[in-house]
Ligand binder design. Structure first.
Ligand SMILES: NC(=O)C[C@H](N)C(=O)O
Length: 322
């Protein structure tokens, strides 16, 4: 018999629609009332939060991480399922994936349609997540995201559609696997995300998106005394308009960690172009190129690195670029 910890955190999966079509949280989570009778699986359920996922903070992620650590170290759980709002699900998944060691399966899921809507996907996704968490082949894969019959890696998955039930996709790599009616099939193994545990999540790290004709105005407005780092969503392979790149130099000169990702949905940013504002110039000036993560995940990674005590530029660069 597998013992699986269920942590409900809120999100649309826990919400209901009213007569006007407005969706909001319930006093008590409808998912807790779902009577999931499964052979060979014992479920232990906790309503750890009841929050829409735009209300989830890094402190909440830390609470979840500590709860999961306890579950596996001292409570002999065989796996865990976390239900979560989809808006920031990928961020919580990435945070847990980076701060917890790989081992027993941790599976996150949610829904795009609330509990009383026609075609609600909540209970189906919940059951799928439990199946994956109880499967022997789900061990040592890091945090998994299960929605709409697909299994995705926390490192790469992202929300791609505002309302569609197939919103979670893995650009460049594709999903790790899928669920059929009777089977769970993994197509490939994922490389391990660098693991670093943290006990705090302090830090002001904004994300700034680049655009054609970008001036330095937004970067010039940033108060260096209140800035612990910055993530730039750059153009293409990792380039910036020339004036913006000049303003970035002020941050680099002040020792602010600057991390770059691409605003492209697919592919990997690399220091290639040598013109003014080009990636290779930015790299030589000290900009770190975060490997294969989007801006919201690069931001979490930088905050984790800083809170884990990586101080020197080379320590941080090694963490951010691998
Ligand atoms: N589908 C969802 O769960 C979206 C909702 N706004 C949330 O993230 O809480």
């Amino acid at each position: 018999m597998k013992k699986i910890l269920i942590l409900h955190t809120g999100g649309t999966i826990s919400m209901a629609e009213d007569a006007q079509g407005h969706v909001s949280p319930n006093e008590s989570n409808p998912m807790s009332a779902v009577n999931m009778q499964l052979d060979e699986v014992e479920l232990v359920t906790e309503d750890i939060f009841n929050l829409p996922s735009p209300h989830i903070t890094l402190s909440d992620m830390l609470v979840l991480k500590n709860r999961l650590k306890k579950a596996f170290l001292t409570e002999s759980f065989d796996g865990a399922v976390i239900t979560h709002g989809t808006d920031t699900l990928e961020e919580t998944a990435f945070f847990l994936d980076t701060t917890l060691e790989r081992g027993k399966p941790i599976v996150m899921t949610g829904a795009m349609r609330s509990s009383n809507e026609l075609g609600t996907d909540g209970i189906y996704n919940f059951l799928s997540a439990i199946r994956v968490a109880a499967d022997e082949h789900s061990h040592d894969r890091g945090v998994l995201v299960v929605m709409n019959d697909e299994i995705h890696s926390a490192r790469y998955v992202t929300k791609t559609h505002t309302t569609n039930v197939s919103t979670f996709q893995t650009p460049t790599h594709g999903p790790l696997g899928l669920l059929t009616k009777n089977k769970i099939i993994y197509f490939h193994n994922d490389s391990e995300n660098q693991h670093l545990d943290v006990h705090s999540v302090h830090g002001n790290v904004p994300i700034v998106k680049a655009f054609a004709g970008m001036s330095g105005q937004i970067l010039d407005l940033l108060d260096l005394d209140k800035l612990d780092g910055i993530v730039i969503e750059a153009l293409g392979a990792g380039n910036l308009p020339p004036i913006a790149s000049q303003s970035l130099q002020r941050l680099l000169d002040a020792g602010v960690p600057v991390v770059l990702v691409s605003r492209c949905f697919n592919g990997i940013a690399e220091p290639v172009y040598a013109y003014q504002g080009g990636g290779s110039q930015l790299y030589d000036a000290g900009v770190m190129f975060a490997d294969e993560v989007n801006s919201q995940k690069a931001r979490l990674k930088l905050i984790i690195g800083l809170n884990a005590g990586l101080e020197t530029p080379s320590q941080l660069r090694n963490f951010m670029e691998n």
